[in-house]
Design a protein around this ligand. Structure first.
Ligand SMILES: Nc1ncnc2c1ncn2[C@@H]1O[C@H](COP(=O)(O)OP(=O)(O)OP(=O)(O)O)[C@@H](O)[C@H]1O
Ligand SMILES: [Mg+2]
Length: 348
């Protein structure tokens, strides 16, 4: 268990005009699973390589339990990185691959053999020691890469998009396995992904990065309920933004006045946001916080139905239960209710 502290970390690649990582400050809790989330090219791999010691920062500090790692070479850091393309040694057996880190440390054969068996049990692939990597499926190779990293009992395990090559079903299984291993071993994990759903499912905390800059570092639910900006809200699937002004606890917009919850911090001119799944379709005329609109389209999605509703010239998207496809018709007038506790106000 190791706490990772990143302070004022910068990386400018030689010849580059912009920073790949721009003044990153981040605390990664000991024994937790922290996701680095952001679009392609935002600096996730660069950050991971600096934590692992595979890349020197341009400036800034990375500390493990308070000890600066800048002068410490990668093999002495106790941080192990697992790459997206696994990088198993093709000429070695699976057992030799998994035991590699222990062999490098001069551990005796009998101990290595025992540890390899234990690791293969842990990743739920017992008995594949004698196979070659190419005799395994992609998902199985992925688990071998994980076993190879875990066998050296790292303090920090860095996983760089480890699941992006897998199909949906395997990805789900691997997510569960990673969570289980993390709980069992209590290793501090940093998990890179550009998939917000994956980050939400796996992580205790998410660091959202755009263009090398940390935009929000929070528990997953906060990115849905209290995103810091419109860009963050959109990255997490937010689509409804009403321009207007917050006066006291009332938000005034072109389509009406709505109560905002306690705790909204962005006063004055702003954007009211409400998630499509938080809107109630077909509320009573005398209910509070409603606006009347006309349904312009609906799509049945199996697990839910998605509606588009026009209120004056503002299009609002609503996600309702699947059966509502039978209740509400295109062209029909409906009341939408924006429950005050589900409304959030963003800076404009
Ligand atoms: N060796 C390098 N030399 C110069 N620029 C680089 C180098 N590696 C990465 N970059 C640049 O640094 C930025 C961040 O790259 P990085 O690989 O960290 O992104 P990422 O978030 O991991 O993206 P992806 O999701 O596509 O893997 C990008 O603009 C990239 O082009
Ligand atoms: Mg990357």
């Amino acid at each position: 268990m190791t706490q990772v502290s990143i302070s004022h970390l910068n990386k400018i690649y030689p010849g580059a005009t912009t920073k790949a990582v721009d003044d990153l400050n981040l605390e990664i809790e000991s024994g937790g699973l922290h996701a680095l989330l952001g679009p392609s090219g935002c600096g996730k791999t660069t950050t991971m390589k600096m934590i692992a010691g595979l890349l020197m920062p341009t400036s800034g500090d990375i500390r493990f339990d308070g000890v600066s790692q800048n002068p410490i070479p990668p093999e002495k850091r106790g941080a192990v990185m697992v790459f997206q393309n696994y990088l198993l040694f093709p000429y070695m057996s699976v057992g030799e691959n998994v035991g590699f880190g222990l062999k490098m440390r001069g551990i005796d054969q009998a101990t290595i053999k025992k540890k390899v068996s234990e690791m293969l049990e842990l990743v739920q692939l017992p008995g594949v020691q004698d196979r070659r990597p190419w005799q395994l499926s992609g998902g199985q190779q992925q688990r071998i890469a994980l076993a190879r990293a875990l066998i050296v009992q790292p303090n920090v395990l860095l996983l760089d998009e480890p699941l992006s090559n897998l199909d949906a079903h395997l990805r789900e299984e691997m997510r569960e396995l990673i969570r289980t291993i993390q709980k069992d071993t209590q290793v501090t994990m940093v998990f890179v992904t550009h998939d917000q759903e994956e980050a939400v499912i796996l992580a205790d905390k998410i660091a959202l990065i755009f263009d090398g800059i940390l935009h929000q570092n929070d528990i997953p639910a906060k990115f849905y309920e209290q995103p810091a900006t419109e860009r963050i809200a959109r990255f997490f699937g937010g689509v409804n933004f009403l321009p207007g002004k917050l006066e006291g606890s009332r938000f005034e917009s072109a389509i009406g006045q709505f109560s905002a919850p306690q705790g909204v911090i962005n006063r004055g001119t702003g954007l009211m946001s409400i998630r499509p799944e938080s809107i109630e379709m077909g509320a009573d005329d005398n209910a509070s916080n409603i606006a009347k609109g006309r349904i312009t389209s609906h799509i049945y999605m199996g697990t839910h139905t998605r509606f588009k509703v026009m209120i004056h010239d503002q299009l609002i998207q609503v996600v309702a239960d699947p059966q509502s496809i039978h209740t509400f018709k295109e062209g029909e007038e409906v009341n939408l209710r924006f429950a005050p506790e589900k409304v959030w106000v963003l800076p404009k």
